[in-house]
Ligand binder design. Sequence first.
Ligand code: NAD
Length: 481
Amino acid sequence: MAMFKFDSLIGGAWVRGNGEAFATVNPARPQETVGSYSSTDPQLLQRAGEAAAAAQAKWRRVAAAEWVKTVTAFFQAIEKRAEEIARSITLEQGKPMAESRGEVSKSLGESAMMAGHAMHSGGEVLPNARAGFQNMVVRRPRGVIAAITPWNFPILTPMRKMAPALLFGNAILLKPSEFTPAAACLIGEAALETLPEGLLQIVLGGADVGAGLVSLPQVSGITFTGSVATGRKIYALGAERLAELSLELGGKNAAVVNDVADLDACLDQIAGAAFMCAGQRCTAVSRVIVAAELETEVCEGLVERARRQVLGDGAIDGTTLGPLTNAGQLERVDAMVKAGVAEGAAVLTGGDRASLQGLEDGYFYAPTVLGDVKSGMSVARDEIFGPVISVLAYANIDEAFTILNGVDYGLTSSLFSDRMTVIQRFVKESESGMLHVNHGTIPDNHMPFGGIKNSGVGAYSVGASAAHFYTTEHSVYVRPQ
Ligand code: NAD
């Protein structure tokens, strides 16, 4: 019996069309069905676009303070469901309950910060160039937003899109990942209690539904978080219609270990950033670029921390590392590690699937540290998205920067160093959207979130920068008669 059963949320009601049924399973116990859903068929998708446009036409006329009041009530209705949402995340995505609870509270924390920004992002008044004129730049709601999200953060990523969309006067059509729709659907229940009908629509399904969604004529902005390959397809679909885009894509994030006073604290940060969510975070540390003289100590410290991880069902207390989210992901991670070994990397620990007693079918991968990694190897260049750290040694700081920036991605990076000149160079030269000095890669609730190079296109999300995507900008010249 499925614990969660949902259809599409359209025009203020859950509706079932003729779309295919699909189910989600618990990745720790894949024989267990968690959710039962129906995909949104093309007719329903069309209805969703129309309902969103109608709802937005009314919502855009509401005062901004009322947007904040109504959407804050929506956040409160989500908060009431926090434990149920956290549980749904652990059951469908696999992460330990403590992480799921943390994800829910971070989502609400970011959303609260966004509510603050909503009352301060109206635009600006500029000096005039012609006597008697009043010059202003004003911002208006963009309109109907299409949002597509991945499976690794089933509430955080949808909320990062929903909160600014609604707070800036838009309607939003959300398609959560087909692997983890429960959290978004529980948010849909909160929307039914608190939001005007049609303002939040949830459509369900995979690639076809996603492609149909971004092609709806009512959509004026597309926000996507997911892989580079899918991002490219969505970019092409958006280009067809000249829709505004915000793409948040993958990463190959590095921690550079240069010269640290407290190596233990540094390795705790790195291991945390690498193994949280079983490494399935776009901001996970995946490469450790270490000064050659510290290589042995760093490798030993990381191996020790990998072996300390408690693998298991995320619903069970004490688990620190859950399964990967689906069978395809398990295959992918294993194939990438094996390819790395074939290219010359050494397995210092892990390097294989993990079979746990009583959970033999679960999608578990042993926390892995790979040594002797060279910058040309696939494990040094491609996103693995699993609990795997590749360690690369450097002889001098120039080489460290060459390795750091020698990948196609540019999401986040961290540097551990006591040397001001190295820190200053890192801040100027690290090719990533988010830079951390002397800590892991956890972002704050009010700071812009995004990447450069293949890690992102368009405005960053979170905090004030979200206004650049969720509103349109207008230059206004007022000359009294
Ligand atoms: P994915 O690209 O396979 O899927 C993401 C979403 O896109 C899903 O909802 C999926 O159904 C949908 N989709 C797939 N094909 C589509 C198409 N042709 N048209 C429209 N929609 C389509 O990604 P995933 O496997 O779910 O997530 C893992 C990836 O997400 C990793 O690469 C990770 O780095 C990235 N990610 C990035 C960030 C960030 O903020 N930069 C955050 C989380 C995850």
